[in-house]
Design a protein around this ligand. Structure first.
Ligand code: SF4
Length: 82
């Protein structure tokens, strides 16, 4: 999978403390986007699920199990609406 970056202890990407993965290649081009670096499908870095899982396992979010309450994955997709 191609990702823009990760944040190991985000408090702004959902309820509670989260390990956040920002995927790369967003096709939406929203006016005023705060993350234009995520648009280029060739940008970011390629990671395997195993590498991402290892990165997650090494964070304080996971080592302090009481802090990890949930997992959310959000993927950008082409808008297929007519
Ligand atoms: S969906 Fe998010 S990342 Fe993509 S262009 Fe819109 S604001 Fe930016």
């Amino acid at each position: 999978m191609r990702i823009a970056n990760t944040v190991s202890d985000s408090i702004v990407d959902g309820p509670g403390l989260r390990f956040t993965v920002f995927t790369q290649g967003c096709p939406h081009r929203c006016p005023g986007c705060h993350n234009p670096g995520t648009h280029d499908p060739a940008g970011g870095r390629e990671v395997s699920v195993a590498e991402l899982a290892a990165e997650l396992a090494a964070t304080s979010v996971v080592s302090s199990k009481e802090l990890m309450e949930d997992c959310t994955v959000t993927l950008a997709r082409e808008n297929k609406m007519p």
